[in-house]
Design a protein around this ligand. Structure first.
Ligand SMILES: Nc1ncnc2c1ncn2[C@@H]1O[C@H](COP(=O)(O)OP(=O)(O)OP(=O)(O)O)[C@@H](O)[C@H]1O
Ligand SMILES: [Mg+2]
Length: 267
């Protein structure tokens, strides 16, 4: 069974005050994601990637179409707070901008304490703290360096690792990572991607990577969807998409992959 089924999904934003104008951000897209599958959504700025992500996360309502996650329509079949809580735990985001995920007035571990609100099981404060420490260690952080610090006292790469540690606590079935590496340097970037791949290996998580970088998508994904102007113009396995692109736009993207793109292991 597919973990996620997206069918004829569209989003039209209506903008402007006196002269209203419609922006068709996503136009009738359909795709499925299986358990443990990694798919990349690649496309230029403004092509509708984040809008798609926000609809999948149930943050904005689609104009038309449907999204079925684990057999449930995310708008029609999720009704109670309990169901919504389970959905938020199962489908989780690691956002483009790690800075936006932290409140500057609280220590950074607050975002991890908040994860416990989404869990069904009750933990004592000590148990929860142990779990937080374990998950920090899992993502290569020393709890001593992190606990008690405020967001401005740690680096962008550390912030992203904390967001992934949060995923380790929640064990989501699906992670949407919107440009998860754009804020950080190349060496931390390889580390973050490896962590997400480890999460997939250990927990069977499905992952959607959203990126401009077709080279990166080629190395990490099982499948690549290329978006342009709100449409999916190409959908296939990485070899087909990169070595035998069908759409003109994909050919341009392939042409722009640096020839010496290093393999993930070397990043
Ligand atoms: N809340 C909104 N109101 C109006 N228009 C919006 C809104 N959010 C996005 N758009 C428009 O929808 C289109 C798609 O935006 P989106 O953020 O999905 O692009 P993207 O592919 O994620 O781009 P990037 O790679 O720059 O992050 C753009 O034209 C954008 O201006
Ligand atoms: Mg975006």
């Amino acid at each position: 069974m597919s973990r996620l089924v997206v069918k004829n999904l569209s989003k039209v934003f209506s903008i402007g005050f006196l002269a209203r104008r419609n922006v068709e951000a996503v136009k009738n897209i359909s795709f499925e994601v299986k358990e443990k599958e990694i798919i990349s959504l690649v496309g230029e700025s403004g092509s509708g990637k984040s809008t798609t992500a926000k609809m999948l996360l149930r943050l904005i309502h689609p104009t038309s179409g449907k999204i079925v996650f684990e057999g449930k329509d995310i708008w029609n079949d999720i009704k109670t707070n309990q169901e919504l809580k389970e959905f938020r735990r199962s489908l989780h985001a690691v956002f483009q901008d790690p800075f936006a995920s932290f409140n500057p007035f609280y220590p950074v571990e607050r975002t991890m304490w908040q994860a416990f609100r989404l869990m069904d099981k009750e933990y004592s404060k000590n148990e929860a703290l142990e779990l937080i420490k374990d998950s920090l260690v899992k993502v290569g952080l020393d709890p001593k360096d992190i606990l008690g610090k405020y967001p401005h006292q740690i680096s962008g790469g550390q912030k992203q690792r904390i967001m992934i540690a949060r995923c380790w606590l929640l064990k989501p079935k699906f992670i949407i990572a919107d440009e998860p590496t754009s804020m950080i340097d190349a060496s931390s970037r390889g580390g973050i991607i490896k962590l997400l791949l480890k999460l997939r290996e250990e927990q069977g998580t499905s992952i959607m990577f959203i990126t401009h970088d077709l080279g990166l998508a080629y190395y990490v994904s099982d499948r690549i969807l290329v978006m342009k102007e709100g449409r999916i113009v190409e959908d296939g396995n990485p070899d087909d998409v990169v070595l035998n692109p069908q759409h003109e736009y994909t050919k341009i993207l392939v042409g722009s992959i640096p020839k010496l793109y290093r393999k993930l292991e070397d990043i």
